[in-house]
Design a protein around this ligand. Sequence first.
Ligand code: C2E
Ligand code: MG
Ligand code: MG
Ligand code: MG
Length: 292
Amino acid sequence: QAKDAGRSNYRVFTEDMLLKANNKLMIEQDIGAAIEERQLSLFLQPIVGLPDAKLKGFEALIRWFHPQRGLIMPGDFIPNIENSEAIIQVGNYVLEEGGAMLSRLRKQGWNDLYLAVNLSAKHYMDPGLIPLVQHILAKYELPPQSLLLEVTEESVIEQVDLAMSSMKSLKQLGVRIAIDDFGTGYSSLSYLKQLPFDVLKIDRCFTSEVLNESVDSHIVSTVIDLAHNLGRTVVAEGIEVQEQADCLAEMGCELAQGYLYSKPLDEDKIFQILNRIETSRVWPAEQIPQLG
Ligand code: C2E
Ligand code: MG
Ligand code: MG
Ligand code: MG
């Protein structure tokens, strides 16, 4: 019986792998067309100051509206292309499109907001990255500090030496860098000290625990202090309830992002809300109907 179970597990496993391989192939094939046919779009999620919830910026999060498969979330296609050339194409698209969005915000008078875009660690090894960033800053007349490039802790640590030099060049341009999903990778303190980042984003799996008297909540407050001692700014990701925001504010965390404020929304919806909060600049903490 154990043998049977073993066999059937094995079969399920290989079928699953085949499916994944097919999926990966399909995604790699379709992504070029997706870019050309503008099936990719950036949704924006607000990032607010603590404790007052004043709007500070947005994170651009990609969505793929596939003509046959419908909406595909980034978690279902980014990991599939992370090691292929396609991730560079996507990143270039996101930089160009993000730059255009930021410039539209600025033209509406929102000229002290920043935009965070996600780039794969592989992209930091691409010799085209620095010239492209320079080009976009010039083309859209963006102050370099209004652009924040996010890279996940896990991916940057895998290739830290290679990523380091282009991170330094980006910093010289005045562009800011954030370490994303902090706490889920395994960076040592010595890397943390060396990496030229400005912002530390604490992953949701830690911030979701702050209300419990848990080890994780002590980790969060210790990480906030550590980041501050290194002169960095901290964003708490995945804030879903007011009590979490209060607790993080108490710990000295300066920025927050999460469903409490808003899910990622398309640009039209963002502008509708911006019109409503023009004077207060306080992002409304309410559940706003969204498009996924
Ligand atoms: P991330 O950069 O850490 O982005 C945060 C993710 O958490 C987003 O998922 C966001 O919708 C979700 N989120 C935000 N607040 C909350 C909350 O309060 N509760 C919960 N449960 N979730 C929340 P999304 O948009 O599905 O993106 C997933 C990941 O895909 C991103 O994680 C990022 O690593 C990657 N990604 C997204 N856009 C891009 C992109 O343009 N380029 C690259 N290379 N990766 C991207
Ligand atoms: Mg991110
Ligand atoms: Mg994150
Ligand atoms: Mg993430």
